[in-house]
Write a protein that binds this ligand. Sequence first.
Ligand code: GRF
Length: 195
Amino acid sequence: MSRVRVAVLVSGRGSNLASLIQAAKAPDYPAEIVLVLSNNPDAGGLDLARAAGIAAVAIDHRPFKKDRPAHEAEIQAALDASGVELIALAGYMRVLTGGFTAAWEGRMINIHPSLLPLFPGLHTHARAIEAGHERAGCTVHWVVEGVDEGPVIGQAEVPVLLGDTPELLAGRVLEAEHRLYPECLAKAAMIVRGA
Ligand code: GRF
């Protein structure tokens, strides 16, 4: 069966992208990363992609000002040109319009650094520590219009340790993200293929 053609959308350093690139090297991995897209021309993820021989495209959101649909239309054109079948958001920091999420419903996934539905949005680690939780973690979910909502594909838990700072906890969660995301992208690809 042919591998599902995936675009990874990033805004920053791209450590999750790196874990997906690594996983996709396995001959039996059901997805192939054919495109990395960023709204940030300086995103480290673009360099990672190029180093791995993957097409990397920056579509800067700033010239579009508040016109999100126009920015997304350019993204859509790039996705179409690469024959993308599934989108993986990996630290993509732009909120997507309802039109875009509807167009990709069931074909777009995201990773979030909390155990959703706990702590959607930003500063998840500080909020988990502040709340006195003993467990934290990460979630991969299908993307719907509501930010950090949508059916869960998988979660991974880590302990919150005595004396944790948001940075220490973030590092522990990030390691879990790097294990979880490749597994969940594989699951999502099988679902998209109808396997
Ligand atoms: C990760 O913590 C991810 O969960 C969140 O943004 C961060 C991206 O990190 N959505 P990286 O760019 O993959 O290193």
